[in-house]
Design a protein around this ligand. Structure first.
Ligand SMILES: Nc1ncnc2c1ncn2[C@@H]1O[C@H](COP(=O)(O)OP(=O)(O)O)[C@@H](O)[C@H]1O
Ligand SMILES: [Mg+2]
Length: 402
């Protein structure tokens, strides 16, 4: 009887996620959380088959490391093999299973792994993978996961979802085992506890997490404003873990544009001068006046920051960040100090930078609504990445509301 209740409530919760949200990827990530929670699994993945290729990709991961780029060919590895099956399978000692040998899904399988195909009578869409539950997988657990996956597959089919993963997936920035400690008197506090993350060219990556969890610390390390205690920072394949002052300055100048929550404009320079000042010290700057026009402030060139609204000042900051023509723009809670309408205008500009200029943007926020416009969303918790998901269909900034 207890298990009947569990069955019904879980199916209900899983369906509710699918109904509630306007974004399927978010629903799948939430459903993954539900499965992990109900079956007591620390880690788990939802894999999706590419619509136009024969690979299966990690779409959502509940795991401490970034695996959103991992994929296997259909028929290859444990996941690729079981994708073709009609029923779930529990794989024991996955990493030494001959099917896993040398395949990219091998590091993701546990000692005991439940693999459930997501399929309807007409097609196969993906796989749910759950690892190492507290007391093993019971028959009831397997039935529950199987039924829920059948419902999810029907929903996917119903919505006619297409999944076209990007082809060129070489990372612009990689973090490996990044640890950051701060010393306060005698006490050493470990804020980042081993972050693994790849950031790809031209993507909008949103970083979510509660206040104080280390989001800004991570962003500052990526931007060369602060250095990790341990771990590797790799920029376009080059190890940048121990840069000289000169290398660091050059990196910040050529690669990074920063947008802060507080505007950090120079108070005695006009809007245009604030932008020109940065353009002058940049290697390949864009045209300052054009940037001011792009952010809708062509008529405010002579204004001092003090004579502008918060939203206008933030737009000057965005112009100042893009005028450098950087490869990466780091935005730390860029809308936190703004009202909804002004915040949305700022997000529209950020969308334009990513989608039209193809600049990579990493945006930190604690507003989960903003995550819907991202290509990928990572959550930080207790100094680690706790989950990561891919948005197949990011929303436009103008469709967000909070
Ligand atoms: N320079 C510093 N010295 C000491 N502690 C710091 C420093 N910077 C950040 N911290 C601490 O690290 C933790 C994470 O900070 P932060 O990265 O700013 O969090 P978030 O941006 O997620 O709100 C906080 O507890 C903060 O007090
Ligand atoms: Mg912060």
């Amino acid at each position: 009887m207890a298990n009947d209740t569990r069955f019904i409530t879980t199916v209900w919760r899983v369906m509710d996620e699918l109904k509630r949200t306007d974004q399927l990827e978010e629903a799948l990530a939430e459903d993954l959380d539900i499965f992990c929670d109900v079956l007591g699994c620390e880690t788990g993945y939802i894999w999706m088959k590419g619509t136009t290729d024969d690979r299966i990709y990690v779409l959502a991961a509940k795991a401490p490391v970034d695996q959103s780029g991992v994929s296997v060919r259909v028929g290859e590895g444990i996941i690729g093999t079981l994708f073709n099956e009609k029923t779930p399978e529990v794989v024991k000692n996955g990493s030494s299973d001959p099917r896993a040998a040398g395949t990219d899904d091998a590091p993701l399988v546990g000692n005991e792994t439940l693999v459930v195909p997501m399929r309807t009578p007409y097609g196969a869409y993906g796989v749910l993978q759950l690892n190492d539950p507290a007391g093993g997988f019971s028959e009831d657990d397997i039935k529950l996961a199987e039924n829920c996956c059948a419902l999810i597959a029907l929903d996917l089919e119903d919505k006619g979802l297409e999944f076209r993963p990007g082809k060129d997936r070489s990372p612009l920035v990689s973090l490996r085992g990044i640890i950051k400690e701060f010393q306060n008197g005698d006490e050493i506090r470990r804020i980042l506890k081993g972050i693994d993350l790849d950031v790809y060219e031209g993507e909008l990556l949103v970083v979510l997490g509660e206040s104080g969890c280390g989001k800004s610390t991570m962003l500052n390390i990526i931007g060369g404003m602060d250095q990790a205690t341990e771990g590797q920072l790799i920029i376009e394949g080059n190890d940048f873990s121990h840069p000289s002052e000169e290398e660091l300055t050059r990196f910040r100048r050529d690669y990074i544009g920063f947008i802060f929550q507080s505007y950090n404009l120079m108070p005695n320079l006009s809007a245009l001068e604030n932008i020109e000042f940065i353009a002058e010290i940049s290697e390949h700057p864009l045209e300052s006046e054009e940037m001011l026009r792009m952010v809708g402030l062509g008529d405010k060139a002579e204004n001092l920051p003090s004579s502008m609204s918060g939203g206008q000042q933030q737009r000057v900051c965005i112009a100042r960040a893009i005028v450098k023509n950087p490869k990466i723009i780091l935005a730390d809670e860029p809308t936190a100090a703004l009202d909804f309408n002004t915040g949305q205008e700022v997000l529209k500009l950020i969308e334009q930078i990513v989608r039209e200029r193809k600049t990579t943007v990493i945006m930190v926020t604690h507003n989960i609504e903003i995550a819907k416009m991202a290509d990928r969303v990572i959550r930080l918790k207790d100094g680690l990445i706790s989950s990561i998901r891919v948005n197949l269909h990011p929303l436009h900034a103008e469709d967000l509301s909070w």
